[in-house]
Design a protein around this ligand. Structure first.
Ligand SMILES: Cc1ncc(COP(=O)(O)O)c(C=O)c1O
Length: 288
């Protein structure tokens, strides 16, 4: 597997980062996970903007370090060189504040570390069709969840707790409302209307979330960017997750209780189908 590190394409085993890298020492970095389908980055603009925003807000590198064109060119080369140009793949990009002696303050004149890699991906259609379970946990993250930083410890711990509970995802609750999942955004259907937490500093506004809101409106679903409160959970007709690799993942059980009739609902399945079409993927999820 060939990866990209600081301007070079090298075998992954040779891609080594010094122990003084601030990504290692402080989690001082940003990342983005995109999808490469038939050799092309999908939703490149949204993912590029997310990365640029994180770099700008945290002052990691300048726009010249990884432009949107650079992101595309490196991604496409990694897909081609790794034999992934025909199928479905993910592309990972990470930038850290670079290598410097361990002091909290930002180092001066230190170039960022830029790393990118690609891996094959195949959509787990059976999980989508069958639905999965989730648990709720308190959202104990910081107040800048809108930045996609590699500082993911609360998310990692939440996902582990979900796994240990036999669940697929941990759905996080802040101030009595569902914010998002540990690595996904969350949508619910109440009284036939779609709801998802509004864009704010308390969620990572995923690219898939935006795409799904557009697709839902095209399908004439009413979308309300408003919180789902804990006391409304038993009124949920449907609940589902969204994300680059999670696509549209129906949740059929939350904290051991069925959601709706305990099966993936029509809105989630319609959106999954619409997303596959939008991505140019062929899998059909129609049958309920
Ligand atoms: C906390 C969190 N929310 C939402 C998402 C979904 O974002 P996207 O749709 O851009 O993959 C992610 C993806 O990494 C995430 O980590």
């Amino acid at each position: 597997m060939l990866v990209y590190l600081n301007g070079r394409y090298i075998p992954k085993a040779e891609a080594l980062i010094p122990v003084d890298d601030r990504g290692f020492l402080f989690g001082d970095g940003v990342y983005e996970l995109t999808r490469g389908i038939r050799g092309k980055l999908v939703y490149e603009e949204g993912h590029g903007l997310m990365l640029e925003r994180g770099m700008r807000e945290l002052r990691i590198g300048g726009p010249e370090v990884l432009t949107r064109e650079g992101l595309r060119e490196i991604s496409e080369r990694l897909l081609t060189e790794n034999g992934l140009a025909e199928g479905d793949a993910t592309v990972y990009a990470q930038l850290t504040r670079g290598v410097a002696p361990r002091l909290h303050v930002f180092p001066e004149n230190t170039p960022p570390t830029v790393y990118m890699s690609a891996a094959p991906f195949s959509s787990p259609l059976e999980l989508r069709r069958g639905g999965v379970s989730a648990i709720t946990l308190p959202d104990i993250r910081w107040a800048r969840c809108d930045l996609k930083t590699v500082n993911l410890l609360p998310n990692v711990v939440a996902k582990q707790r979900a796994k240990e509970a036999g669940a697929f995802e941990a759905i996080l609750l802040r101030d009595g409302a569902i914010t998002e999942g540990s690595s996904t955004n969350v949508f619910g259907v109440i009284d036939g209307e779609l709801r998802t937490y509004p864009k704010s500093n308390y969620i990572l506004p995923g690219v898939t979330r935006d795409v799904l809101i557009g697709l839902a409106r095209n399908l004439d679903f009413v979308v309300n960017e408003a919180p789902i409160f804990a006391e409304e959970i038993d009124r949920l007709e449907e609940l589902f997750l969204s994300g680059t690799t999670t696509e549209v993942q129906p949740i059929t059980k939350l904290d051991g209780q069925p959601i709706g009739d305990g099966r993936p609902g029509p809105v989630a399945l319609a959106l999954l189908e619409a997303l596959y079409q939008h991505l140019g993927l062929e899998a059909s999820v129609a049958a309920r």
